[in-house]
Design a protein around this ligand. Structure first.
Ligand code: NDP
Length: 327
């Protein structure tokens, strides 16, 4: 038997509880894993509370991330004892996920835990941190280097935002962080932001083009904020859009793209190729300052996950939540 968060759907409502499951109930897969840690991401919050139709079939064990050791494998790449990470691929949405002590899934979805990262650090990073890295890689591929111009990070107190700041600061970028929690400015400056601005400056309807303020953007909130971020991006700058914490809408005009040559990159972490995942994880292992990572991390046990999911969606969690599934 093992413990897991289990989601069921009754009369149109998602019910979440911690339950003991039999290993025989695990879904099909060629690799079985003893999970060490999982995390709570925004998408997990949506799944657990049922606030958005993230979960495709019930009953579901949520958790889009996990780290652990292989117990059994018939996959050619993996042997018992290997330390592995899983992010995305629909796990926790269509296939049972990481908020459990055991998982069984496809070995094709796994990447090795990189040298230099502990299992706990890997989940402090999780999908949020690995998505932040994908955004930074997009800005780098665009040719934006430290010293070229400022980089705006939106939703700065969130998981993606905090790790994006820590990653960019380590490389020497000058970062402008935007937040609804201006009282957390000291925390954001400590992570490496040079300037903190109130999100009220960006989250209402704006003009097609505004004063050029930054060369690059990591946007985690979408909606008017993304539109205004694009409208304030320097000539030939780039915006990496990964999130929708403010909204799915994008009330913008084409002006920044056709008059200032701004490029908008869409960042998806769920189906991204294995090669790019491994590149991102190796860069996280080398670029992320462990002290800054620890500063944004709080650990909880499986029993605390369900209330924490509501807090996360209410914007009350700062940084990252690591879940010790064995606590
Ligand atoms: P968090 O909940 O940790 O952070 C989101 C942050 O967004 C909040 O902390 C808050 O920051 C800000 N925010 C919340 N509500 C609003 C609002 N109404 N208007 C403006 N800002 C708001 O989530 P994550 O960092 O884990 O994820 C951020 C986004 O990225 C989510 O939308 C998530 O779905 C998406 N995501 C997408 C991925 C992909 O593959 N594309 C992968 C991972 C995440 P503050 O208090 O500083 O204002």
């Amino acid at each position: 038997m093992f413990n897991a968060i289990v989601l069921t759907r009754e009369e149109g409502k998602t019910q979440a509880q911690v339950r003991a499951l039999d290993e025989a109930e695990l879904p099909e897969g060629d690799v079985s894993i003893r999970v060490a840690y999982s995390t709570l991401n925004y998408k997990d919050g949506l799944a657990i509370t049922g606030k958005a139709p993230v979960v495709r079939n019930f009953p579901m064990v949520p958790g889009i991330d996990l780290v652990g050791r292989v117990e059994e494998s018939s996959h050619p790449d993996w042997n018992p004892g290997d330390a592995v990470i899983l992010n995305g691929w629909g796990v926790g949405e269509r296939h049972w996920g990481g908020l459990a002590q055991k998982a069984r899934l496809s070995g094709d979805w796994l990447v090795p835990l990189p040298e230099g990262l502990s299992p706990r650090q890997a989940m402090a990073i999780g999908t949020a941190g690995y998505t932040a890295m994908l955004c930074v890689l997009a800005l780098e591929r665009h040719g934006i280097g430290p010293g070229d111009g400022d980089v705006l990070v939106t939703g700065a107190n969130g998981g993606v935002g905090g790790i994006a700041i820590a990653l960019l600061a380590k490389k020497g970028y000058r970062i402008i962080a935007t937040t609804g929690r201006i009282m957390e400015s000291a925390y954001l400056l400590g992570l490496g932001a040079a300037e903190v601005i109130d999100r009220a400056e960006l989250n209402g309807p704006g003009k097609p083009l505004m004063k050029e303020r930054w060369l690059g953007v990591v946007d985690t909130v979408g909606s008017h904020t993304l539109a205004n971020a694009c409208a304030s991006t320097h000539y030939n700058g780039a915006v990496a859009a990964c999130g929708m914490a403010q909204g799915m809408d994008f009330p913008a005009t084409v002006a920044p793209f056709i008059l200032r040559g701004v490029t908008l990159y869409g960042i998806d972490s769920v189906m991204v190729s294995r090669e790019r995942r491994i590149q991102a994880w190796n860069r996280l292992a080398s670029d992320l300052d462990p002290l800054r990572l620890e500063a944004i991390t709080r650990e909880i046990g499986l029993n605390q996950v369900i209330p924490a999911a509501t807090d996360l969606l209410n914007g009350e969690i700062r940084g990252r939540l690591v879940v010790d599934v064995n606590a």
